[in-house]
Design a protein around this ligand. Structure first.
Ligand code: ZN
Length: 331
């Protein structure tokens, strides 16, 4: 799947006077990048055209990835970020007032090491053929990353719900699976009582607690502060082959659940790897150094099963979030 750029420099010593002179020097530099695909086009979060560009730029600036964007033709709620919308739209895209199914939506998943969903709440369902192709891609060892409201999508698609492990809204309830959270003693609770899946209170800075040893969170502080964001709670789903990497305390004073809710997760589906982050409501959340770092590490892990990236010097501390104001690269 990797695109490989091979640079071979061959320097010949044609007429060497010295008997021990090197006849030739060959330098072979292989720069191999991972191929990532961002899906977008329908999301209740109007920031989506910009957040696609932000994530694409973060990935490309890491020098680990090449990135393509695959957009639905009918697009929903992308108008307010027209500058960014235009970067990855062409004449085939058109705005719609309610999400519409795109029967032509059929990315060639197998061209990519990892697929990232920036789709959101109410995104129209995919054709059966595209669903089947994505399931096959994942069963055969594909990589998938679900960002924020991507876990609101496709409530009726069982395989997708198994991939994301937990999801919210769209009619999700106990029939989708248990509600997972951590109690005050640090114990993982799988609650099976009746109840809807998905809630959040007001946005606030989220204090994140690491809950597992895993390459994505290796070397991070045990507790760190994320910028102002929604604190997703009461997510429900099959929760099979899932590892909760980190939780946030959704505080009651901000109308949250009062629980330590899963924010960063991994799931295994067939031979495939999934990284699920519930972070990323608005621009400030996408500028969070905590978001950027865990996103980049999660994408790499989903693509390869490993993480090669170090922790940046500006990573947040226990009580102070950090953000990098986004500036679009000018090529
Ligand atoms: Zn949101």
């Amino acid at each position: 799947m990797n695109k490989t750029i091979s640079i071979v420099t061959l320097m010949m010593c044609v007429s060497c006077a010295s008997s021990n002179a090197t006849a030739s020097v060959i330098t072979d530099t292989n720069i191999s990048k991972l191929n990532a695909l961002i899906l977008d086009g329908q999301n209740n979060h109007t920031v989506w055209p910009k957040s696609t560009v932000m994530m694409k730029q973060y990935l490309e600036d890491s020098d680990l990835f090449t990135v393509d964007v695959y957009r639905t033709k009918p697009t929903w709620k992308g108008e307010s970020e027209s500058q960014y919308y235009d970067l990855h739209s062409d004449n085939s895209q058109f705005h719609v007032s309610t999400p519409e199914k795109d029967l032509s939506f059929n990315p060639n998943f197998s061209d990519y090491d990892v697929v990232i969903s920036n789709l959101g709440f109410k995104a129209a369902s995919w054709s059966k053929g595209t669903q089947d192709a994505f399931e096959t891609y994942m069963e055969n060892g594909g990589g998938f990353v679900s960002v924020h409201a991507a876990d609101n999508t496709f409530p009726q698609w069982l395989a997708f719900n198994k991939m994301i492990g937990l999801g919210g809204w769209g009619g999700r309830d106990e029939s989708n699976g248990p509600y997972l959270y951590y109690d005050e003693k640090g114990k993982l609770i799988r609650e099976t009582q009746k109840g809807s899946g998905g809630t959040h209170g007001k946005q606030h800075e989220l204090q994140i607690t690491t809950r597992a040893e895993h390459p994505i969170v290796e070397g991070l502080p045990a507790i760190w502060m994320h910028t102002k964001d929604e604190c997703y709670g009461r997510l429900r789903g099959p929760a099979e082959n899932i590892t909760i990497l980190a939780t946030a305390h959704c505080t009651k004073d901000q109308k949250g659940t009062g629980k330590h809710e899963p924010m960063l997760m991994t799931v295994h589906y067939g031979q495939g790897r999934i990284f699920h982050t519930t972070l990323g409501h608005g621009s400030a959340a996408f500028e969070s150094v905590g978001f950027i770092t865990t996103f980049l590490r999660g994408v790499e892990w989903s693509a390869t099963g490993k993480v090669s990236q170090t922790i940046p010097d500006d990573f947040p501390s226990k009580n102070k979030s950090q953000k990098r104001v986004f500036t679009l690269n000018q090529d």
